[in-house]
Design a protein around this ligand. Structure first.
Ligand code: PMV
Length: 325
């Protein structure tokens, strides 16, 4: 029996589109920050008495498509390890109440860690990153703490994440504005492939990412939070332009997303450096220097309740431990 704890991550340069949908090989590199406030703990044990995988998330049994996705992932672990038993999987998502930020990144990173260890595999972090990728692209990066780069690679062996700065030793901080708790209607899996296939801007996006990756890495090396935030915001808006320009077009934004964007821009007009980013959902994350936190929280609290503003520091990489029963 083994347990793993993995934190979620928010991309500063986004992954949006696959080259290989089965192996989850992305079209572009990406870069993220792992967050300390949001994580998943997952315990796995293989059991010869089971006739199917038994899965619970937050103590509720998982069935249907959700269970099938986890069983497909466990099949990869069974194949790698030569084990044939089904498994008990117990997972808990630790997110602030009503966050709506439960993430497949921390979930599949934790599952990769716990399932591989429970099956008797002792994978390097690089191999864990490759394994987590098979569950969800963003999980590739959640093996590491701090600032992390996912090299797109070209096959299963060459597509993995590496840490850029595991301990973030400058003031970079992220605040999540919880605007919605509902489930998203368009999955990232479907959404990104519809952009690859039908947005006329997809080729330009690949050039945008290439340039943003270089700018972002230089900004990180220089501890330049303004350049990090500016580049992340530009990258997020250009990613979301791919959803609007797909056929049929759609958006993950709702009216509260737009209010949050306006609130961040207002703060900037007042001379406070802060920037926004959004993923495949309506929540907005704000990027800024810790020294400005109080003024930013006070400013955003004019539009959003304080209990919907969650401050997060850079978080740690995956932890895995054995448990004997
Ligand atoms: O790997 P998924 O299905 O969680 O997709 C992640 C997509 C974004 O969050 C929008 C971008 C990213 O790089 O995390």
């Amino acid at each position: 029996m083994a347990t793993a704890k993995a934190h979620t991550n928010i991309a500063l340069v986004k992954y949006w589109g696959k080259k290989d949908q089965d192996l989850i090989i992305p079209q572009t590199d990406s870069l993220s920050m792992t967050l300390d406030e949001f994580y998943t703990t997952t315990r796995v044990s293989f059991d010869p008495a089971l006739t199917a995988d038994q899965i619970t998330v937050n103590d509720q049994p998982v069935t249907g498509d959700g269970a099938a996705r986890i069983t497909r992932f466990l099949d990869i672990v069974r194949q790698l390890s030569g084990r044939h038993e089904f498994a008990h999987v117990d997972s808990h998502n630790h997110v602030p109440t009503a966050a709506g930020l439960a993430s497949s990144a921390s979930a599949f990173a934790a599952l990769a860690g716990a399932a591989s260890r429970a099956a008797g595999l002792d994978l390097s972090r690089r191999d864990l990153s490759r394994l987590a990728r098979r569950g969800s692209g963003s999980a590739t990066r959640s093996i590491y703490g701090g600032l992390v780069e996912w090299h797109r690679g070209h096959d299963d062996a060459s597509s993995y994440a590496d840490p850029i700065m595991e301990k973030v030793d400058f003031g970079l901080e992220m605040l999540a504005i919880m605007v919605s708790t509902g489930r998203k209607k368009i999955s990232s899996r479907y959404g990104m492939q519809s952009s690859v296939i039908s947005s006329p801007y997809y080729d330009s996006w690949k050039e945008v990412v290439e340039s943003n990756m270089a700018t972002m890495k230089a900004a990180i090396a220089a501890h330049d939070i303004q350049a990090i935030g500016h580049t992340a915001e530009e990258n997020a808006l250009r990613m979301h332009a791919l959803t609007l320009s797909a056929d049929p077009g759609y958006t993950y934004f709702n009216s509260e997303t737009l209010s949050a964007i306006a609130a961040v821009r207002r703060l900037r007009e007042q001379g406070i450096n802060c920037y926004f980013t959004m993923d495949a959902g309506p929540n907005v994350k704000v990027i800024y220097d810790r020294a400005d936190r109080d003024r930013i929280v006070d400013g955003l609290a004019q539009t959003f309740d304080r209990d919907r503003l969650v401050v997060s520091q850079a978080g740690p990489g995956i932890e895995i431990w054995d448990e004997n029963n």
